[in-house]
Design a protein around this ligand. Structure first.
Ligand code: AMP
Length: 398
């Protein structure tokens, strides 16, 4: 079976066609700059070991035009990987916010779409775009089943004492203000691999997803019991451009002292803060260059970045009454040695002992970077959210 995985944003569609017999991608790419003057379609295939890559630039007024072009490329005589769109049996959609309504992956029906619409206020940037992706896929691939995989679903097991905020009850009851958490697909994917690697179903695992967005999860026996993001993705860890946790009083202070509007404060905390605010650079590779130059802001920013992670490791070890493994994943988690080193430093009381040599000699798949005698495993596990979405989609449609 071939499953197309779609992640639709307001002006982009990320896609990957996966052959579920091999679990390998047949083709993948990105439609970008939808609605702008010059749209871009990027397309890559990997069939029979042969790699083909192309990039097209033309006006893409809406998502339908973009996805139709992807369907043409997938079935193209020269670069295509299937002969007819009907060879795509299911489309798995990344849906960001499932609120309390969705605790697992579901086939998308009219009722599901209506519920996703109801949740727009909770994820005003993501859910509307995700839903456009669904509606467009329904027209471009009318024979395929459409399945929704929610970023929040894995976190729905978090107990009430952890997901509630101490504000008047009605704000939870009437407006759904509570912690939801995100990156659930990734936390689920890597925590399951870690448990399998440990050979321990009831393992206590702390997953650390460090990409452009970043979050951690405490997973006890396969069940998520806490996570660092909240009602939205702004809180918890320091990220590329997001502040992570700050004292909420800062918001009032900025409004009062600077006269900033809600939008201005939102933009400051979501787009101008985090590593960008501290160093001027969003991408960790650029922060790394600053570190090499001895830039003091960059040194402090990395210390702060790692310190916040350490704080949550302590917190989650306390919450689970122990920890069997830490898992580093996503762009920074998988690639940035210096952050792993800073995080694991002076954590002997939790049995965490980082091994530099093992970290240097990276292998594919699950890679252990703790010393031989360490009580707690420290693992690098590459995340693969597309594959996890495809696997869950398959479970629903088979
Ligand atoms: P993601 O959101 O998982 O794609 O991760 C994006 C982040 O990972 C960016 O901040 C990148 O700078 C970072 N990243 C990717 N590759 C590397 C690398 N080799 N070394 C350091 N950071 C990296």
């Amino acid at each position: 079976m071939n499953i197309l995985v779609i992640n639709a944003g307001s002006s982009s569609i990320k896609y990957q066609l996966i052959d579920m017999d091999t679990e390998l991608p047949l083709a993948s790419g990105l439609v970008e700059r939808i609605g702008l003057e010059e749209g871009v379609v990027k397309y890559k295939t990997f069939v029979n070991g042969e790699k083909k890559e192309l990039k097209e630039t033309f006006p893409i007024p809406n998502h339908t035009v973009g996805l139709k072009r992807v369907a043409e490329l997938l079935t193209d005589e020269k670069v295509g990987v299937i002969s007819d769109p009907s060879e795509i049996q299911a489309v798995g959609h990344r849906l960001v916010h499932g609120g309390e309504a969705f605790t697992k992956t579901v086939e998308i029906t009219e009722a599901v779409k209506a519920k996703v619409k109801e949740l727009f206020p909770l994820a005003p940037l993501h859910n509307p775009a995700n839903l456009i992706g669904v509606e467009v896929a329904e027209t471009v691939f009318p024979n395929a089943k459409q399945v929704g995989v929610f970023d929040t679903a894995f976190h729905q097991t978090i107990p009430e004492k952890a997901f509630r905020y101490a504000i008047p009850v009605e704000f939870y009851k009437e407006m759904g203000i509570r912690k939801y958490g995100f990156h659930g697909t990734s936390h689920k994917f890597v925590s399951e691999q870690a448990a399998e690697y440990l050979g321990k179903e009831d393992a206590k695992i702390i997953t650390i997803h460090l990409g452009n967005g970043a979050s951690m999860a405490a997973v006890n026996g396969g069940v998520c019991v806490d996570t660092t993001m909240g009602m939205g993705p702004l809180c918890g860890l320091i990220m590329g451009t997001r502040s992570g946790d700050i004292d909420p009083a800062i918001i009032f202070f900025l409004a009062e002292q600077k006269g900033y509007s809600v939008n201005e404060i939102s933009s400051l905390l979501n787009k101008e803060s985090g590593m960008k605010g501290l160093t001027g650079q969003t991408d960790m590779r650029d922060v790394e260059k600053l570190l090499d130059e001895g830039d003091e802001n960059a040194i402090l920013a990395c210390d702060m970045y790692a310190y916040r992670i350490k704080q949550f490791i302590g917190s989650y070890a306390a919450v689970m009454n122990g920890v069997d493994a830490l898992v580093f994943t996503a762009g920074i988690g998988e690639n940035k040695t210096s952050i792993r080193k800073l995080v694991c430093q002076d954590m002997g009381y939790l049995g965490i002992e980082w091994d530099e040599e093992k970290d240097k000699n990276r292998t594919d798949g699950v890679h252990e970077i703790n010393t031989d005698n360490a009580k707690t495993k420290v693992l690098i596990i590459p995340t693969n959210e597309e594959l996890e979405i495809a696997r869950q989609t398959l479970e629903v449609v088979k």
